[in-house]
Design a protein around this ligand. Sequence first.
Ligand SMILES: *Cc1c(COP(=O)(O)O)cnc(C)c1O
Length: 235
Amino acid sequence: MSELSANLAEIEARIHAACDRSHRDRSSVELIAVSKTFPVESIREVAAGGHRVFGESRLQEAELKIPDLPSGLIWHFIGRLQRNKVRRILPLFPVIHAVDSLRLADYMDGVAGELGLFPKVFLQVNLAGEDSKGGFDPALLREQVDELMALQRVEVIGLMSIPPAVEDPELSRPWFVQLRELRDELESRAGVAIPALSMGMSGDFEVAIEEGATHVRVGSSIFGKRAYRVDGELG
Ligand SMILES: *Cc1c(COP(=O)(O)O)cnc(C)c1O
């Protein structure tokens, strides 16, 4: 078994254990292998083991890598979204994790119509009010949830958050609880299901699963340490 396949198998085992602890079915959690900064060879190696779902955070990089990889892979865009890139992002990425304004969602809805696409999106929430991160202020999201859920093409499937980085994963738990509770509140406010929660990374995905994550975004624990940071994004 290659080193990357062994890493993936270990993450799988930890996901299973977290699901067991929280009486959840393994199939209720999607593992997104975050391949940003890693070469196509590494992605191919992980895909060869049967893994299909990958995450990238920078469009230019993804545009170079995706055409060189098997066409059956499913790509999630997890990076900060720029309006002027939406037209190129939508055809490559059926799922987008960091929609952070109604204006952007509305614009995406129009572009998706022109392109004949139905993107699934997460609304990013900036729970800690950090200046360095994008995301809705929870109060604004409460005000705008009806309009967001009424978009024609863009399907809001859930909420996403990147809590402040910490050493001890237990310190992430309160943020994950907050995201889940906000989701529950928005569901009753809007009267629609918002089933997904994208939360948890290499350092804290098990705690996120215990608190209801449906999508965990795991990079370095599968691919290894990243050699460089992606501008405006997480290392
Ligand atoms: C890089 C990144 C991840 C993965 O981080 P790791 O700590 O390597 O698992 C998850 N989510 C987002 C938004 C990222 O930019």
